[in-house]
Ligand binder design. Structure first.
Ligand SMILES: *[C@@H]1O[C@H](CO)[C@@H](O)[C@H](O)[C@H]1NC(C)=O
Ligand SMILES: *[C@@H]1O[C@H](CO)[C@@H](O)[C@H](O)[C@H]1NC(C)=O
Ligand SMILES: *[C@@H]1O[C@H](CO)[C@@H](O)[C@H](O)[C@H]1NC(C)=O
Ligand SMILES: *[C@@H]1O[C@H](CO)[C@@H](O)[C@H](O)[C@H]1NC(C)=O
Ligand SMILES: *[C@@H]1O[C@H](CO)[C@@H](O)[C@H](O)[C@H]1NC(C)=O
Ligand SMILES: *[C@@H]1O[C@H](CO)[C@@H](O)[C@H](O)[C@H]1NC(C)=O
Length: 576
């Protein structure tokens, strides 16, 4: 009897040991926002006091890198691997194409669920839905409220393909069921409301893992791309260009959402044990396909290009678990790193056979230590034929996208379009909802101005004349080499001056190419996708299940087992 009691006590202690102190993980994923479109990078045109307060109270990730496009970027976050190592390196999943993130990849929500977390995806997926077993609730998320495709209408949540003869289809679901209930509600608000409900209803005895994956600030359908609530757009009368003004309204609504999400965490007693990561999946598309008038200036290029404008993204990390907070990080960090970094921060064991490309940078970010130098692959797309790679501060660019149409410095903001409140910027940040939630002990106005200055990107003018043909970069003709430490804006091609260095980087890329899987893309317009065949919804058109056990097991039993095994591990050793 006493032995049984003892065992029960041990077990319950084990469970609380496993779950009690695991932090909640909240990832706020923004779509297509430019580096220059948060005010913490120095712009006075669109003010983002909530996002900025999150960064100033936490770690402002000033060298945060991502793949240059939605589908590869999201695949990278969830796998901790480069797109070339999952087959996701080429283009995005077009609505009627029959492919997705391969089933053999195990995903971040699966690892967190196995460790006892409740797992939620609110918003965008874009990793495939043509087969039912590719959809989020079949891949580790207990719950999904949102859409499968790359974009949709902000209000009626339909997707229309203008170059096809399909009927218009609703792309909005609650788990596996089509969900017309949010009809007419602006997407950012609908997702924020759901995120708040997830937080309110969350069983507080377990940790929460939530990806809040916004439609904002991507465009809507091609025939109505720019959509924002009128009252938000009205706050930006100082912006002349109506497209950019609407974009500002989209951002303003998003900024409000960040405040509301933080408020919900606080009101539910969860904030003091949470890690909140916010970033944009890639740079803004200033011009061209799905352009939203976003700005990555002064960086070169934009979304879907090999340049810094496509891959150096807005990022911030906040948590009371960070030992050092309130600083601008120079640590180069990439989307491949978030799986090992967040797992380590949460004490979640990852399988040892995962072959991750990323590193655990939690100790470095939390300690605010000297940045570790990195070698990073940014693009390797042998179908479009271009690549982009950095070894420490040297960057290699070979080939380009769209015949080089995005190779320029795009999105310079008009002078004299300062927000009327920008003179009181630091005060505005201190008066934000996020700062109210985090308390008054936040950074002083002076400290805010200082961090903002550190995070403002300038392009040093070199003594060398940038018009000298020796510095000209024509990536469609020959590979280029840049020194990002002195030339973050990629103005001076050093390939002709340092051919040996270029060769070394080219060899690294060659080595990586040998490890690449073929592109998983199936570039077929599959007519079976037509919503007319699926009750007016965008829905899988193949019901095959490739042996997923996800829908059959009870997650709660699974975490219990994992937990007990973890806890009993040392006991077992004693028995041997
Ligand atoms: C759409 O339908 C029209 C009329 O039937 C046809 O001419 C056109 O080729 C079709 N387009 C596509 C992309 O199937
Ligand atoms: C967090 O706050 C809750 C409720 O306010 C409290 O019960 C809990 O002990 C706190 N946890 C930590 C780690 O401070
Ligand atoms: C980060 O790098 C910038 C130069 O790029 C430098 O001015 C700044 O002092 C660095 N910050 C720290 C904390 O080392
Ligand atoms: C650039 O790419 C082309 C085409 O893939 C290749 O032939 C060439 O060797 C590359 N140049 C360098 C320096 O890597
Ligand atoms: C469904 O998908 C499976 C696995 O990819 C494939 O073998 C099968 O042919 C597909 N069925 C249809 C009807 O497309
Ligand atoms: C898939 O299953 C749904 C019902 O869940 C059914 O309506 C549809 O016809 C099935 N599609 C295929 C291709 O078997």
């Amino acid at each position: 009897m006493t032995v049984l009691l003892h065992v029960l006590l041990l077990l319950s202690a084990g469970i609380s040991l496993c779950l009690g102190d695991k932090p909640n993980i909240i990832i706020i994923l923004i779509d297509d926002m430019g580096f220059n479109d948060v005010s913490f990078h120095g712009s006075n045109q669109i003010l983002t006091p909530n996002i900025d307060a999150l960064a100033y109270n936490g770690v402002l990730l000033n060298r945060h890198y991502v793949p240059n496009l939605c589908t590869p970027s999201r695949a990278t976050l969830l796998t901790g691997k480069y797109p070339i190592h999952t087959g996701m390196q080429h283009f995005v999943i077009v609505t009627d194409e029959p492919w997705g993130l391969p089933r053999q990849e195990r995903l971040m929500p699966e690892f967190f669920r196995d460790a006892g977390y409740a797992t939620h995806l609110v918003g965008k997926w874009h990793l495939g839905f043509w087969r039912k077993d590719l959809t989020p609730t079949m891949r580790g998320f207990d719950h999904h409220f949102g859409y499968y495709n790359g974009y949709m209408d902000y209000y009626d949540h339909t997707v229309r393909l203008l170059d096809r003869n399909y009927s218009t289809g609703l792309d909005f679901r609650r788990d596996l069921e089509p969900c017309p209930e949010a009809e007419g509600i602006y997407a950012t608000e609908a997702f924020t409301t759901e995120a708040r409900k997830v937080i309110e209803r969350h069983d507080k005895s377990r940790p929460l893992f939530m990806v809040l994956s916004h439609l904002a600030v991507h465009t809507g359908n091609e025939d109505n791309p720019m959509q924002a609530p009128e009252e938000e757009v009205a706050k930006f009368a100082h912006i002349q260009d109506p497209k950019r003004r609407t974009y500002a309204g989209m951002i303003s609504s998003l900024d409000k959402s960040v405040g509301q999400t933080m408020r919900a965490l606080a009101d539910n007693g969860m904030l003091n044990n949470s890690i909140v990561l916010l970033y944009s999946d890639n740079g803004a598309p200033t011009v061209g396909i799905h352009s939203n008038a976003g700005s990555n200036y002064p960086f070169r290029g934009q979304k879907e290009s090999p340049w810094e404008g496509g891959i150096r993204s807005v990022g911030a990390l906040w948590s009371p678990l960070l030992q050092q907070r309130g600083y601008v990080s120079n640590q180069t960090i990439h989307a491949i790193d978030w799986l090992p970094t967040l797992a380590a921060a949460a004490g979640v064991q990852l399988p040892t056979d995962l072959k991750l490309d990323g590193l655990n940078l939690w100790p470095s970010l939390s300690g605010g230590t000297e940045p570790q130098p990195r070698k990073l692959l940014h693009v390797l797309d042998d179908v479009f034929g271009y690549s982009s790679y950095t070894a420490y501060t040297l960057k290699y660019v070979n080939g380009s996208s769209f015949e080089g149409r995005y190779d320029h410095w795009l999105g310079e903001l008009h002078a004299g379009e300062e927000h009327p409140l920008s003179a009181d910027y630091a005060q505005l940040v201190r008066a934000s909802e996020v700062q109210a939630v985090l308390g008054n002990g936040g950074p002083t106005e002076d400290r805010i101005r200082q961090m903002r200055d550190e995070a403002t990107q300038r392009c040093p003018i070199q003594e060398a004349d940038q018009d000298d043909p020796i510095y000209l970069c024509e990536p469609l003709k020959a590979a280029c080499l840049f020194d990002l430490a002195n030339d973050p804006c990629e103005r001076y091609n050093l390939a002709k001056l340092y051919p040996l260095q270029l060769q070394l980087l080219a060899e690294d890329v060659e080595e990586l190419r040998l490890t690449a899987l073929p592109s998983a893309r199936v570039p077929i317009a599959d007519k079976r996708a037509d919503p007319a065949l699926h009750g007016g919804n965008w829905e899988w058109w193949n019901n095959t299940s490739t042996g997923s056990s996800d829908s059959l097991t009870l997650p709660s039993l699974r975490w219990l087992c994992v937990c007990l095994l973890n806890f009993l591990g040392p006991v077992n050793i004693k028995l041997y």
